[in-house]
Design a protein. Structure first.
Length: 253
């Protein structure tokens, strides 16, 4: 992961050979990068990906190598992907997702967690966890229903379908779908506007908005991690990982 720690903190996933998939190590780096955001030092944070993808979500090879029991899976999910969600939602400065390419699985979760998201028209989005026998995580079950609605969340989570950037904008997953060549300029314009605002006060507004969403999202993250730890221990997850690595359609029967 590349981090430019200026007034605008720029966080770039830099594993283009695996479409910027997130291992637990990458998630831990992201936890630290988001946790270090400070309104006295940063006006905003921009997250993007190197190459053709924003992020392909969880690293399948890392999943295949793990040997966790349910309790260990809970601790690992809560301390990495769960902490990403916690730090993103509680960050005291605005977070902007610059979605330069496909954002699926945890990549889509990160887009949903961001305060702003602008997507290249060529980008695609999907809650593809079900395709490897898992449930949406990294805050997705807590934030997606509030962001795009209950029915649309279920449609994405239960089917694993991909949607284009225009549809993502229509469902409020992203603020805007813009021509690929215009993405940098559109995000730069937003960042220039944010830099003109009183950052600490923007952070307070963010805190108030999130606190008033209804059910506390921390409770949602805890339940999500508990259910995900059970999903990690299923035959469906093992089959999904094997099928992905073998280039075939999974058989969940």
């Amino acid at each position: 992961m590349q981090i430019d720690d200026g007034a605008v903190k720029r966080i770039t996933f830099d594993r283009p050979d695996v479409y910027n998939a997130m291992s637990t190590g990458v998630a831990a780096e992201l936890v630290d990068a988001l946790g270090d955001l400070d309104p006295e030092a940063h006006d905003a944070a921009v997250i993007t990906g190197e190459g053709d993808a924003f992020s392909a979500g969880g690293d399948i090879d890392s999943m295949a190598e793990r040997d966790w029991n349910t309790a260990e899976a809970y601790d690992r999910v809560q301390s990495t992907f769960g902490r990403v969600a916690e730090n993103a939602l509680s960050a005291p400065v605005p977070i902007v997702a610059k979605v330069n390419g496909d954002a699926v699985g945890a990549g889509m979760s990160l887009v949903a967690l961001s305060d702003f998201a602008y997507a290249a028209e060529s980008a695609r989005f999907g809650a593809t966890f079900v395709n490897v026998g898992l449930i949406p995580d990294m805050g997705a079950t807590a934030i997606l229903p509030r962001l795009i609605g209950l029915r649309k969340t279920k449609e994405l989570a239960f089917t694993g379908k991909l949607v284009g950037a225009d549809e993502a904008a229509a469902m409020d997953l992203v603020n805007e779908s813009v021509p690929d060549d215009d993405l940098d300029g559109r995000v730069d314009d937003l960042v220039d506007t944010l830099r003109e605002q009183p950052t600490a006060n923007v952070g307070l507004a963010k805190e108030a908005i999130h606190d008033n969403l209804g059910q506390p999202w921390r409770d949602g993250l805890s339940r999500e991690a508990k259910i995900q730890s059970l999903a990690y221990d299923t035959a469906a997850h093992e089959e999904g990982v094997d099928a992905f690595r073998e280039g075939r359609k999974p058989n969940f029967d």
